[in-house]
Ligand binder design. Structure first.
Ligand code: PLP
Length: 399
């Protein structure tokens, strides 16, 4: 039982706000988010003593527990210990960082790469490291929160354009002062919707107006392109995208993030990004696991093949039931339910029937797009699909 450690309840306005916030109460009351998983193995997790099929991991290739990844993590901890105890700019740089950076840069088709301890930091840095007061950052409306935070901290002006619309981007750029430096921020695969960026059309507009292009490809790496090299590679546009940022926590089976580009840009970022200058460097274990996962991605093509086979199977199943998947074209597949209450019950029924998914409601998604987010893994088996399909059929029948 939790003991009340405070004799007198704090009375500052902020303490009161914390105690009376409706959204926090809603979250606690309905046990939304912050799940505690007691055990896991492959695609199965244990929550409250019950085994569930994980249908919400962004770990698309299922490499987090690949024997080579586990072995690499163990060896790194044995040699280097638990942490780096400092920032790259100070005492935290190690040779495993530069090794990972060189391998990632080569994989992504870029000259240089910089790794940080979170994808969130990397994606923020991909804006704050380049844009400054007086610039304009142009952002797709559905961008991830890490990029929005980067935009705010950069002190640059901001303009948004309609999600994935090259026409609206062009109309916007047409109105802006041609002499102002511009940074365009897009995602490779939009994480909530599963949409693939209309990259060739967007690049063509952005180039016409001389934008510096930053792409957050957290969900595209490992999923699209030759051997999983990402969205830019998928469209043969790697040389057109100035910066590719992303996460090591999706297909790379680890935690951490990266920013890749030409050498001059990455060196500039290392001098200007506070998120890297003042934050401890990626840990030995995280670095080693990501590097081992990269090896697996390059040498074991079966995971990418299985991912797409499973994705097609799942998408056909959802389409057959007439469910709205927001036009997703990738393994990140939302099921749009449309109201908070209904989405909650759909999510809860999936859990009751043994499937772990994620409930998302406004402001996390646009109003009216309340959804249950699901994601497919290369590791899902026929047996997993039996459980998933029967749970979704049940939840749909009760809608
Ligand atoms: C599109 C996108 N960018 C950045 C991030 C942040 O990555 P990380 O979870 O590794 O901090 C995420 C994670 O959810 C994401 O979906």
């Amino acid at each position: 039982m939790t003991r009340n450690l405070l004799k007198n309840k704090p009375s500052s306005p902020i303490s009161k706000r914390c105690r009376s916030d409706d959204f926090t109460r809603l979250r606690q009351r309905y046990e939304l988010w912050y799940n505690v998983i007691q055990d896991q193995s492959g695609t199965r997790v244990t929550r409250d003593g019950r085994e569930l099929v994980m249908l919400a991991s962004n770990e698309y290739l299922g490499l987090y527990d690949h024997p080579k990844v586990i072995e690499a993590g163990k060896k790194a901890v044995e040699k280097w210990g638990g942490g780096t105890m400092g920032a790259r700019s100070a005492n935290g740089g190690r040779r495993f960082h530069t090794e990972l950076e060189e391998r990632l840069a080569a994989f992504l088709g870029k000259e240089a790469c910089h790794v940080t301890s979170a994808g969130y930091l990397s994606c923020m840095s991909s804006i704050t490291g380049f844009a400054q007061r007086g610039d304009i950052v142009i952002v797709d409306k559905n961008m991830h929160s890490s990029v929005w935070d980067g935009v705010r901290l950069s002190m640059a002006d901001v303009e948004r354009f309609k999600h994935n619309s090259p026409e609206r981007l062009k109309a916007l750029l047409e109105e802006l002062d041609p002499s102002t430096p511009k940074l365009l921020a897009i995602e490779g695969i939009y994480s909530m919707e599963g949409h693939i960026c209309a990259l060739p059309e967007i690049v063509s507009v952005a180039r016409e107006y001389n934008c510096f292009i930053v792409m957050d490809d957290a969900h595209g790496i490992g999923v699209l392109g030759n051997q999983g090299r990402g969205t830019a590679d998928h469209f043969n546009q790697t040389d057109q995208v100035d910066i590719i940022a992303g996460s090591l926590s999706k297909s790379l089976g680890s935690t951490g993030g990266f920013i890749a580009g030409d050498r001059a840009s990455i060196e500039y970022l290392r001098t200007h990004s506070k998120q890297t200058i003042f934050s401890a460097a990626l840990s030995p274990c995280q670095s080693a696991c990501a590097l081992a996962a990269l090896d697996v991605i390059e040498n074991e093509p079966q995971w990418l093949e299985r991912l797409w086979k499973n994705t097609r199977r799942y998408k056909e199943f959802l389409d057959g039931l007439g469910l709205d998947t927001w036009g997703s074209e990738t393994p990140a597949i939302p099921i749009i339910i449309g109201s908070r209450d209904k989405a909650y019950h759909f999510w809860k029924r999936l859990r009751d029937k043994g499937v772990f998914s994620i409930f998302a409601t406004a402001p996390g998604v646009p109003p009216g797009k309340d959804l249950v987010r699901t994601a497919i893994s290369a590791r899902h088996t026929d047996e997993d699909f039996e459980i998933i399909e029967s749970a979704i059929r049940y939840a749909t029948s009760k809608m």
